[in-house]
Ligand binder design. Structure first.
Ligand code: FRU
Length: 499
């Protein structure tokens, strides 16, 4: 056999590399427009921040495998919050200390003294987690790292930790600058006490305790991933309220991990709940939205924007995906709106996602509509039906249903027949959310190979769920039962891949 020439070997190598690259992001279940890491495990989004024209998404990441461990901050960047590029790992586990969840701020006035440039620098505030050993309990402390090259490389502060209560569970700091309080504010969780603690600092390095909140609302499991944000009310005018969002695991509305929020006022020290302590408000009624975090330093005119981990701790390590495990929700614009029952959080996919729209279908050519990455905007007059809705990712008796159960007065998502549901007994589920549709049931649905995100009405109900459909399951069908529905409109688009 003649020896392969170096040119041939090189071109074969190039072909294989190109093939491997184009293959990545096209695996079965790989989301086309949601962020997922190329390889390995991810959980919570971390350090969401906009700086110098770039959105940064850091994320809990295991650089060594597709199960939780060696927690570090992975990194991805975007110019438009829609197209993401994965960057090298930003913060690595070191000397046995893992890098748990946290946030990132722009220190524009160099209060920390870490910044070398005029525009300030990025400072990350994260939990350092030292696992327990035979003779020592675990330790969680709050720590700093900074970057003077737009988030590419990071230096851990030499005098870490900056906050140490000598506790095993004390984590997930969200930090922001408060103009009113003229200092940095940190909200951080005491998971087992069901408390969010507030701290203040002039320089990010020295912190003093301000107030604490909880337990109120749902106080099961562990409280994790708090966020505190001032949001406009009804988008117009100057009125605002503060939202304190808290993850709990377990104890979520659909079992396992889930998130609640409180609406109230933050006086620079304490959060005061506007509602009764017993009222529980859920950010999402699906099983798969956890540790959502809002971006710091959004550009002027842009809505407050939140992203979550699209998963549930009940089965996160069993998901049938390869070579990655874990993905994020789409970025969601969040605000507050007054309803007869009170002020509620409303969320909608950011408008920028519309740029991914490709082929368009309506009720007239519904039969031609198909795809695994789709957007549906639909308004349904319920009429005499007792259940109406959509079946998506459908094929041969398998489907995910998104509908309205008129008698129960509830929105529903049913993934019991969605494809592979066998990897965990906690996975198959029919989920409900209380919702009053008004004269028409308005649904905004995002489908992306292994997920279905539903926003109902003005976005006051969100339901986020993973699904693992058959490879060929791509049909979209309207369904109604129990009587004749009224008129239905639908705009359906296939959405382009961002990879
Ligand atoms: C929530 C969480 C956080 C913690 C991180 C560790 O999903 O448990 O509280 O910081 O994950 O990966």
């Amino acid at each position: 056999m003649p020896l392969a020439s170096p040119v041939r070997v090189l071109s074969l190598f190039l072909c294989l590399t190109l093939f491997a690259q184009s293959d990545t992001y096209h695996e079965q279940y790989r989301p086309a427009y949601h962020f997922s890491p190329k390889n390995n495990w991810t959980n919570d989004p971390n350090g969401l921040v906009y700086f110098n024209g770039i959105y940064h998404l850091f994320f809990q990441y295991n650089p060594m495998g597709d199960l939780w461990g060696h927690m570090s901050w992975g990194h991805a960047t975007s110019k438009d919050l829609v197209h993401w590029q994965q960057e090298p790992v930003a913060l690595q586990e070191e000397n046995g200390v893992m890098i748990f969840t946290g946030s990132a701020v722009v220190d524009a006035r160099n209060t920390s003294g870490f910044c070398s440039g005029k525009a300030g620098c990025l400072v990350a505030v994260y939990t350092g987690h030292t696992p327990k050993t035979i003779d020592k309990p675990a330790l969680q402390t709050q720590n700093l790292a900074y970057s003077n090259d737009d988030g590419r490389t990071w230096t851990k502060y030499a005098r870490n930790p900056v906050l140490d209560l000598h506790m095993s569970d004390f984590r997930d700091p969200k930090v922001f600058w408060s103009n009113a309080a003229r200092q940095w504010i940190m909200v951080v969780s005491l998971p087992d006490d069901h408390k969010a603690q507030f701290y203040g600092s002039p320089d990010l390095k020295s912190w003093s305790q301000l107030g604490s909140f909880g337990p109120e609302g749902a106080a099961e499991g562990q409280w994790e991933c708090p966020d505190l944000i001032e949001l406009p009310l009804d988008r117009k005018g100057k009125e605002t309220r503060w939202v304190l969002k808290i993850g709990l695991n377990p104890g979520g509305i659909q079992g396992g991990s889930g998130e609640q929020y409180f609406i109230g006022r933050f006086d620079g020290k304490r959060f005061i709940n506007d509602n009764k302590p017993s009222l529980t408000l859920w950010t999402d009624y699906g099983k798969d939205c956890y540790c959502a975090l809002t971006f710091n330093n959004m550009p002027p005119g842009q809505p407050h924007t939140m992203m979550g981990w699209m998963d549930n701790w009940q089965y996160a390590s069993q998901l049938p995906t390869h070579p990655w495990r874990g993905q994020m929700t789409v970025p969601r614009a969040v605000s507050l709106k007054k309803f007869p029952e009170g002020i509620r959080l409303v969320q909608q996919p950011i408008p920028g996602l519309e740029r991914l729209r490709e082929r368009h279908f309506t009720m007239k050519n519904l039969r031609e509509a198909s795809g695994q990455s789709l957007e549906i905007l639909s308004a349904i007059k319920i009429g005499g039906a007792t259940e109406v809705g959509w079946k998506v990712l459908a094929e041969d008796g398998t489907f995910t249903a998104i509908g309205y159960d008129v008698r129960a007065g509830q929105l529903l998502v049913d993934r019991t027949h969605s494809g592979d549901v066998s990897f965990s007994e906690k996975f198959p589920a029919r989920m409900y959310a209380p919702f009053k549709p008004g004269s028409r049931l308005r649904l905004h649905i995002l489908i992306d190979r292994s997920s279905v995100e539903v926003f109902a009405g003005d976005g006051q109900v969100a339901m986020t769920n993973l699904v693992f459909p058959r490879k060929d399951a791509s049909k979209v069908e309207f369904y109604a039962s129990g009587g004749k529905p009224g008129p239905v409109t639908a705009d359906i688009w296939t959405l382009k891949s961002i990879w």
